[in-house]
Every structure is written in structure tokens, then in C-alpha cells.
Design a protein around this ligand. Structure first.
Ligand code: ADP
Ligand code: MG
Length: 670
């Protein structure tokens, strides 16, 4: 990330509050800027830090992607899913302990170890932090959507669990603190200043002990946790839903190992959790396991039932299965290949529909949970107005389809990256706490025009600037090449005529168009912006019924000044832009006619007289030369000349077609 993305703070005032999504699988940090919340990324553009800590033989901890990679060779010293242990005692964890590969011990063992390891700071730090009882101010309303009605079991004194890595005992708080420290350091590097305050999100069902443990983890990481925010609430904040009309919203969060569904009521800028449901053992990992079972089952039936999969192989399979699942969100099918040694090679193509049938039973469960959450809120599903999609697994098209089917069409919010939306919301809350003004761009009109890239790099506007929301616009497009089966739809925002001067909002592909001659497919592109400023772009090919869509927040990350700047720039460049756009259109027209002439020459070239042919060749050659330059008027004239010179050809071609037709039919058929 560039430090320039952020406006410097007034000197001497270091009040940055980090927004942190401390996830079971992945964690992220974001910060509020004048242009809206932004994810903090490392120099490679990665914002997500896998919530994994790996300990080397020397006891040194590695955090994030590098640690995740270690899990393969070092499963016993790799800690993941530590969020599951937060604020829990051994008795609460029976189910989890069966699946976690590292050792977790209870209080008795801890005391014993503390005696034998007396004086070792690593064990005492956690004990101190975990014992400190703070004040969980989870119900303070403070501007925006800040009120939290969340899990509220009173704090009981529970025994504390520890993770045992080669005899070194660490509390979940300490381990979570390592992830928080990594996020804090990354943020400090990106922003060039020290940070010591944060807003951290937790699941809505977290009880006091779990919230307190999260707060303590923050303290160990050198962060004063200004507010604990419920994850679903953060997601609605990221969409600015609290600033719009009152609404009843469901937040469907399918992460790596957990599923949460919450029903929220947003009224007068205050957000209340009406109900939460879910399954703390349902998520992307289960879908990965389905793929692993499929693969290992087939390997065994092909190469022998006695083939064993040691832990390191299992871990490698897990990574392979996850990659397969992720790929199937974009591709219709993908092939896995495994070298089993001794010349045994396993290869298998998995299709999206096959994956969907494996995923179906898990999805059924999330829908059943959703039904219960809606019931518990005392509502009918029709009363849920919007559904915010959260968690990496909601990128899976099948998940969107099933959730859409249950809640009803047109309610799904997917515009903000589902794995970033909680962190962005935490940053919005952090911004509110530090007194920053909210992004004023959620207006009732579109601040900038919206359109798509058309042939040759021109911006084709569908919705003009200052159109009142909600609004809809559509236009028909076609293909340019014979037999084209896919088209790229590139969604743009801006006032300028050329793609390179506009802002890219997103792209998607419409695939599976049956091969047809260029110009035959009818592709309808529709733009729809709802009252909350969320843009839905869909494309459908009308003959085949193929469809694809994307959802975007068109104003995301632009400040008022930036918008004004873009408009000013468009005024300054209007004349040049028009000329450039005209040149593109003329070139496109020239390309079309040259291809048509080529095709006609193949079919009917022999029907031309020598003079006609020479004349046509000369005009074509001239047009081709002019196309190397950029004189739009000259190209336009040359196109007209080719058109005229080609008339005898089209005429001859038509005569020939007619003659052929007549020859094959009896006169009375006419
Ligand atoms: P958590 O909230 O549990 O920390 P995330 O919201 O980051 O987790 O979700 C992680 C899960 O999302 C993983 O199972 C990961 O494989 C899955 N995931 C991420 N991207 C995709 C994708 N494009 N398609 C399918 N699954 C994805
Ligand atoms: Mg999450």
C-alpha cells in the first residue's frame, strides 16, 4: 500500500485507530481515510494474514502465510483456529480438541507446568493478561451503528486453557496477540507511524469471557481496544447501511471453519442484533474435506485400499483441496494431479456441479440455521430486506444461489469483498470513534457516470452522472469475432471518453455463448443501482439465456474532492476525448468492413470483373495504410470508398445466393 493513499494527520496528533477483523482462519486490518475505509496491505498487495502461528525448533514464532506453509511439515507446532479457544475452559472445548492437531491443556496442567518452569516469562505473560478483568463496554452507543446487543452470559471464572508447544505453554490470548502484533506492525509500516489503538470485531454470540479475552489479547499486543464490535454489525457499517433508511438485514457469514447468521434491525442509525444462529463447526474446511474424501477414496480404489496418508500428506491434500474449491468459484472445472510416487499418477477433473453436489448438505444446514435465526427474530423471511454476504466462502456461486433462493431474489449484498467487509466495517467504527466525518458519497445521485469498456478502449456510458437513485439502464451489445463464446465486461466510472482515463470498478466474464457469426449474439448489459448506491451489473445473451453478474459499490473509496477533480478534468479534456472516441469508433467500423470484404472475397471474389477487383484492392490498401495513422476523417472517407468499391461484390454475392436458391427449388415454390 502507498502511504500517499492516506492524508497525513495534523502534527502531534496520533489518533489512528485500527479496525481489525481477528478471524478464525484469516485476520485483516483496515483504517478509515477521508475516502472511506481501506484495507492495509503489504507490498505484495496482500491484506489477509492467515490466523496461523508456527513455532520453529528454536521456539521462534512465524505468523501468517509462512506459518500456514509450515503446517505441512510441522503440524504439531503450528497453531491455527486459536479463536476457538478464546475465553474457553477445557470443558467447553471437547468437540474442538478432537480436530485440533496441537496439544491443548487445562488449568491443572498449567499450574504444574508453571511450577516446573518457574520464572519463564512466556508462561506468566499470558496468565497475567488472562486474569486481568476489564470492563466490557459493549453496549455504549456513540454515533453511527454503535450499539451492540450481543451475547451476554455473565463472566464466570473459568479455568484457562493453554496451548502446549514442546512444553512451552501459551494462553489463547498470547497467541491471538501474536496475530494482532503482526497486523499492528504491518499497519505501522504502511502508515509510517506508531499505532496503539484498535477496534476489534468478534462474533455476535461471543460471551463476556470471550470478549474479555479478545480485549486482553489486544492489550498484550500493545493495542488499547477502544471497542469490541460484532462482526455482522461491522459488515453493515462497511456498506453504510446504518446511514440509510431503517431496515431489517440478515448477515450470512460463511468462513473457514464457522458459520454465523445474524438478523439485525437498523433504525435511526443504531444497529441491534435481533437473533444469531450458526454452527461453530461448519465452513470452508468442510467443503475442503469433501474434496479430500473424494480424492483419497478414488486413490484407494484405484491403487489399493491399504494406501496410507500420513499427516504431512493430509496437510498437502488439504491445501490442494482448498485451491480446488477456490478455483471452482471461477472455473467450471479444474483438474487435480497427484504424484503418488512409484510411477503412480492420480489425475482427476472435478466439475463445478460435482462440487455443488458435495457441498449441498452443508449448504442445507446453513439454510436451516438461517430459517431458525429468522424465526427467533420473530420475522418471516419476506421481512428480511437485505442479506449481507460475509466470509470467503460466499464467493462460491452455489452459496450465493442457495442463499438467494432462500431469502428471495435481489436481496444479496456482495459488492464489498466478503473477506474484507468485516475489517472495513471495523475501520468505519474506528473512524466514528476518532471523530472522523463519514464518507459523504452515499448520496441520492450517482456522482460520476458509469459504463462499460467497448471495443478499442472507449468508455460506453450507461448511467450518466447525477442520475437519481435508484436507477436502471440497459443496452444491447454484440460480438466482434466469429464464433466468440465469451465476452469480458469491464465496468467503469468516470466522465472521460477513454477507458484509460476512467476508474475501473470491476470486471466479469459472460461465458458459454454458443458459437455464432460476429454480430449475431444479442448481449444485454443492465446496470441497476439500488437506493443504497450498490451497483449491480448483469449481462445476458438473449439467444442462449447465458447470464453473469457482478455487484459493486460505485463510490467506494472516492472523496468529494476526487470526484470534483474527475469532473473538472473531464471538462478540460472534453474536446480531445471526443476526437479520440471518434477515432476509435471509425477504426472499429474500418475493421468491420475489412473483415466483411475478406469474407465476401472468399465466397464471391470470382464473380468480380478484373477492373472491379483492382478498384476494390486499391481502396482496401489505402484504408489499411490510413489505419496506421490517426486521422479519423481520412479513415472515415477511406471506409466510404471501400464501401462503394465493394458494392459490385455484395451485389454479385446476392445474385449468386439467389441463383443457387432458385436452382434447388421448383418455380411454384416462389
Ligand atoms: P474466517 O472468517 O473464518 O477467518 P474467511 O472469511 O477469511 O474466514 O474465509 C476463509 C474461507 O473462505 C476458507 O475456507 C477459504 O478457502 C474460503 N475462500 C476464500 N476465497 C474463496 C473463493 N474464491 N472461493 C471459495 N472459497 C473461498
Ligand atoms: Mg470472518
Amino acid at each position: 500500500m502507498n502511504a500517499q493513499d492516506f492524508q497525513p494527520l495534523p502534527p502531534g496528533k496520533n489518533n489512528i485507530i485500527l479496525g481489525i477483523d481477528l478471524g478464525t482462519t484469516n485476520s485483516l486490518a483496515a483504517v478509515m481515510t477521508p475516502g472511506g475505509p481501506r484495507i492495509l496491505r503489504d507490498k505484495d498487495g496482500n491484506g489477509m494474514v492467515p490466523s496461523v502461528i508456527s513455532f520453529g525448533p528454536d521456539g521462534r514464532a512465524t505468523i501468517g502465510s509462512a506459518a500456514k506453509a509450515h503446517a505441512v511439515e510441522n503440524p504439531l507446532c503450528t497453531v491455527y483456529s486459536v479463536k476457538r479457544l478464546m475465553g474457553k475452559g477445557m470443558a467447553d472445548l471437547r468437540e474442538d480438541l478432537r480436530v485440533l492437531p496441537y496439544r491443548v491443556v487445562g488449568d491443572d496442567a498449567t499450574r504444574l507446568a508453571a511450577q516446573t518452569q518457574a520464572g519463564k516469562p512466556s508462561t506468566t505473560a499470558g496468565a497475567v493478561a488472562a486474569a486481568s478483568s476489564g470492563h466490557a463496554d459493549t453496549t455504549t452507543a456513540e454515533g453511527g451503528c454503535a450499539t451492540e446487543a450481543g451475547g451476554a452470559r455473565p463472566t464466570e471464572s473459568r479455568e484457562i486453557v493453554r496451548v502446549d508447544i514442546n512444553g512451552r505453554l501459551m494462553s489463547p490470548q498470547e497467541l491471538s496477540a501474536m496475530i494482532l502484533t503482526e497486523l499492528r506492525q504491518r499497519a505501522e509500516a504502511a502508515l509510517g507511524q506508531e499505532i496503539n489503538q484498535a477496534v476489534v470485531t468478534v462474533p455476535a454470540y461471543f460471551d463476556d469471557a470471550q470478549r474479555q479475552a479478545t480485549r486482553d489479547a489486544g492489550r498484550i499486543a500493545g493495542l488499547d481496544v477502544k471497542r469490541i464490535v460484532n462482526e455482522p454489525t461491522a459488515a453493515t457499517l462497511a456498506y453504510g447501511l446504518d446511514q440509510k433508511q431503517d431496515a431489517t438485514v440478515a448477515v450470512y457469514d460463511l468462513g473457514g471453519g464457522t458459520f454465523d447468521i445474524s438478523v439485525l434491525r437498523i433504525a435511526g442509525g443504531v444497529c441491534q442484533v435481533l437473533s444469531t444462529h450458526g454452527d461453530t463447526h461448519l465452513g470452508g474446511d468442510d467443503l475442503d474435506r469433501e474434496i479430500i474424501d473424494l480424492i483419497t477414496g478414488e486413490i484407494r480404489s484405484r491403487f489399493g485400499q491399504n494406501i496410507q496418508f500420513p499427516p504431512s500428506t493430509r496437510q498437502a491434500l488439504r491445501s490442494l483441496a482448498e485451491a480446488t474449491k477456490v478455483r471452482l468459484s471461477d472455473a467450471e472445472q479444474t483438474t487435480v494431479e497427484i504424484d503418488l510416487g512409484d510411477g503412480r499418477n492420480f489425475q482427476r477433473t472435478i466439475t463445478r456441479s460435482e462440487f455443488e453436489s458435495l457441498a449441498a448438505k452443508w449448504l442445507d444446514r446453513t439454510i436451516e440455521n438461517s430459517r431458525q435465526a429468522v424465526n427467533d427474530a420473530g420475522l418471516s423471511v419476506e421481512q428480511i430486506e437485505r442479506v449481507v454476504m460475509v466470509g470467503g466462502c460466499t464467493r462460491i456461486p452455489y452459496v450465493r444461489r442457495r442463499v438467494g433462493e432462500y431469502f428471495g431474489p435481489g436481496k444479496l449484498y456482495t459488492a464489498v469483498n466478503p473477506d474484507e467487509v468485516v475489517a472495513l466495517g471495523a475501520a468505519v467504527q474506528a473512524g466514528i470513534l476518532s471523530g472522523m466525518k463519514r464518507d459523504l458519497l452515499l448520496l441520492d445521485v450517482t456522482p460520476l457516470s458509469l459504463g462499460i469498456e467497448t471495443l478499442g478502449g472507449a468508455m460506453g456510458k450507461l448511467i450518466l452522472r447525477n442520475t437519481t437513485l435508484p436507477c436502471q439502464a440497459g443496452e444491447l451489445f454484440t460480438t466482434y469475432v466469429d464464433g466468440q463464446t465469451a465476452v469480458d465486461i469491464h465496468v467503469l466510472q468516470g466522465e472521460r471518453e477513454l477507458v484509460k482515463d476512467c476508474r475501473s470498478l470491476g470486471r466479469f466474464q459472460l461465458r458459454g455463448i454458443p458459437p455464432m457469426p460476429a454480430g449475431a449474439p444479442k448481449i444485454r448489459v443492465t446496470f441497476l443501482i439500488d437506493a443504497n448506491g450498490i451497483l449491480n451489473v448483469s449481462a445476458s445473451e438473449e439467444r442462449s439465456g447465458k447470464q453473469a453478474a457482478i455487484q459493486i459499490t460505485p463510490s467506494h473509496g472516492l472523496t468529494r474532492q476526487e470526484v470534483d477533480g474527475m469532473i473538472q478534468e473531464s471538462y478540460r479534456s472534453a474536446r480531445e476525448d471526443m476526437a479520440a472516441h471518434q477515432l476509435i469508433d471509425t477504426r472499429n467500423e474500418a475493421g468491420r468492413i475489412l473483415r466483411a470484404v475478406d469474407k465476401a472475397l472468399v465466397n464471391a471474389g470470382a464473380l468480380l470483373t478484373a477492373d472491379q477487383r483492382a478498384n476494390l484492392d486499391a481502396t482496401v490498401a489505402k484504408l489499411k495504410t490510413l489505419l496506421e495513422g490517426s486521422d479519423a476523417d481520412a479513415i472515415y472517407e477511406a471506409v466510404q470508398a471501400v464501401n462503394t468499391a465493394a458494392t459490385p461484390l455484395t451485389q454479385a454475392q446476392m445474385d449468386e445466393v439467389l441463383r443457387q436458391t432458385v436452382k434447388g427449388k421448383k418455380v411454384e415454390e416462389f
